[in-house]
Design a protein around this ligand. Structure first.
Ligand code: AGP
Length: 613
């Protein structure tokens, strides 16, 4: 989704801005642009297409400005075009603005401004912002140093929806203003220079010190100072947060694509996420939660709410919590939950999972459950992200920066963290015998090497990918935990290979979808639950009889049974098997996408961080 970059310092801004945009490319976009403060006023250079194209624009090398803002746009209002690209200027060319998010009342604001003589050059919701700033600026008769901040403040009070906004103006040629509400934006603190970005990895090579803005907080930046204000323009203090991720963690490190690198990083991501949570011969360590038995016992049900892959991780969390704690758990899609008026109250624990911590639907769902009195717990990969600041409690996966749009290491890290959380709850509640708990803990600690083993399937998977990459439809089957893996495997395939795929609980097949099975159709099954082996095998036989080409991912010793390809993975506790069984399926979607010559890391129409509804 749209990306924002800003620079204020003593170096030429334009190369830094374009470089920053290149690092945000993975978020998904269709046009790009920059604006800098030049000696003779504001310059704006933008166009539709790739960030790389900015280098070829006439005059881009002549820009001397040391302050600038930049943007990659992912079209919402108005098609991808030069006019609709950001930055946008007001009618007097005095204010340049980039914006992420959606202004829901932009039609009313546009009408108001048109009635006041303003002309619009784009179809975007954003163009109202610089013009409103100009409107309030020119109406303000006081000429003090807060005049521009007041104009931005009045503008933001008029805006309904979500926004992260950067403003530069010819009236304050040594400053930049930023403000956010429900859209991500971080400020990187440098030495005599400061940076703005939609997310941390894009500016990690410049600084590891960040300020995080809450909703309706402003920052007024100069080269060597950052001042923070609340919505009433009272000065506020903010703590700088140091981020441990290394800049090289956000590079490809010799891999052809980020996705492949992230798939292979999973043993380490799991190791880091387990961290010190499983001390030897002691209960699980969640000192960030420190829940008592009395506190946990008050929850008569739990919700796990998330989107996409994070929701699939939640399905594994449900199985673990229900099995180990005997508390009913409902998994819900955030965009449904937020409009359903869910039945929750102070006796409900709502767990929100989001790799980015910035997904608009997940944040809105979290706010709703807080308003209804539920206790909220966020699971995120990004320190200080919006959901972690909104929730009552927060725990982190430590997967490192995930750049590829298709989530891999964040998913397996979420599944492991939810399993450890379920063990922790079970220990506090005393709901499972100690031997069972230590058996699972032992299996958790063995996971990194089992993932390493599963990664060795890459060669056979590549071979299988070559055979099926031209298929139009692929089916995924599984039961129990394996159904969750089928859902995630199917989503991966759709996302990056553009092959239509469906995941079904294997027992559901005969209730309809089996009508779609014909000669040559590929059916991929996952079998890791020993109680369900026979059942799933029977379902596979049903599709083999109808001519399907079959692949089975399993940790059981299966007879070949006319199955075309069997991929063997290491055995583990059934609750943990989704972490191992997803590996060959991630590799399969990767190799199919490569075989088709597609852009693995930046699939069409998708964004890494979905910050709008
Ligand atoms: C995963 O491959 C997808 N790109 C997508 O489903 C993603 O998991 C979803 O948008 C949620 O993102 P989040 O974890 O950052 O909230």
């Amino acid at each position: 989704m749209c990306g924002i970059i800003g620079y204020i310092g003593n170096q030429k801004a334009s190369p830094i801005l374009i470089n920053g945009l290149l690092r945000l490319e993975y978020r998904g976009y269709d046009s790009a642009g920059i604006s800098t403060i030049e000696k003779n006023g504001l310059s704006v250079m933008k166009d539709k297409g790739r960030v790389q194209n900015l280098y070829n624009l006439d005059g881009i090398n002549d820009l001397e400005g040391t302050i600038g803002i930049a943007h990659t746009r992912w079209a919402t209002h108005g098609k991808p075009s030069k006019e609709n690209s950001h930055p946008h200027l007001d009618n007097s060319n005095s204010f340049a603005v980039v914006h992420n998010g959606i202004i829901e009342n932009y039609n009313d604001l546009r009408k108001f401004l048109s009635d006041n003589g303003y002309i619009f050059h784009s179809q975007t919701d954003t163009e109202v912002i610089p013009n409103l700033i100009h409107y309030y600026y020119s109406k303000d008769k006081n000429n003090d140093e807060l005049k521009i901040l007041r104009a931005v403040q009045s503008t933001c009070k008029d805006l309904k929806g979500s926004f992260a906004i950067q403003v530069i103006t010819k009236y304050m040629p040594d400053n930049m203003i930023v403000i956010r509400k429900d859209s991500p934006l971080v400020i990187g603190k440098g030495n005599g220079e400061n940076y703005i970005s939609s997310d941390i990895p894009a500016i990690l090579s410049f600084t590891k010190d960040f300020y995080l803005l809450n909703d309706y907080e402003f920052a007024l930046l100069s080269r060597d100072k950052i001042e923070f204000y609340d919505m009433d323009l009272n000065k506020i203090k903010k703590e700088v947060k140091s981020i441990e991720w290394s800049a090289s963690a956000a590079d490809k490190n010799g891999y052809e694509d980020y996705m492949l690198k992230e798939i292979f990083e999973q043993p380490n991501a799991i190791r880091e996420t387990i961290g010190s949570r499983l001390p030897e011969n002691e209960p699980c360590n969640f000192d960030d939660l420190n829940f008592s038995k009395e506190f946990l016992s008050k929850f008569n049900k739990m919700y796990i709410v998330a989107c996409g892959t994070a929701m699939h991780a939640g399905l594994s969390g449900k199985i673990a919590i229900e099995k180990l704690c005997n508390i009913p758990v409902t998994v819900d899609i955030a965009s449904e939950f937020r409009y359903r008026n869910p039945i929750i109250d102070k006796n409900t624990l709502c767990i929100y999972i989001s790799q980015s911590g910035e997904t608009a639907d997940t944040i809105a769902a979290l706010k709703l459950s807080k308003a209804k009195g539920a206790t909220t717990l966020a699971v995120s990969n990004v320190i200080g992200s919006s959901i972690t600041r909104e929730a009552d409690y927060c725990i982190y996966t430590h997967a490192g920066p995930e750049i590829a749009v298709a989530s891999t290491k964040a998913y397996t890290s979420q599944v492991i963290l939810l399993n450890i959380l379920a063990l922790y709850f079970a220990e506090v509640l005393g709901s499972v015998p100690a031997e069972e708990i230590s058996k699972i803990k032992k299996e958790i600690l063995a996971l990194p090497s089992k993932i390493d083993e599963a990664l060795k399937s890459a060669k056979s998977i590549k071979k299988f990918a070559k055979k099926i990459y031209l298929q139009k439809d692929v089916f995924f089957l599984g039961r129990g935990v394996d159904y969750n893996t089928a859902l995630e495997g199917s989503l991966k395939l759709k996302e990056i290979s553009y092959i239509h795929s469906e995941a079904y609980a294997a027992g559901e097949l005969k209730h309809g979808p089996i009508a779609l099975i014909e000669n040559g159709v590929t059916v991929i099954s996952i079998i890791t639950d020993e109680n369900l082996v026979e059942k799933t095998i029977s379902n596979i036989q049903e599709v083999i009889t109808r001519g399907a080409n079959t692949l089975v991912v399993t940790n059981k010793n299966l007879p070949s049974n006319n199955i075309n390809t069997i991929i063997e993975i290491p055995d583990t506790h059934v609750l943990l098997s989704p972490i191992v069984s997803i590996i060959p399926l991630q590799l399969l979607s990767y190799y199919i996408s490569k075989e088709k010559g597609l852009d693995v890391d930046k699939p069409r129409n998708l964004a890494k961080s979905v910050t709008v509804e």
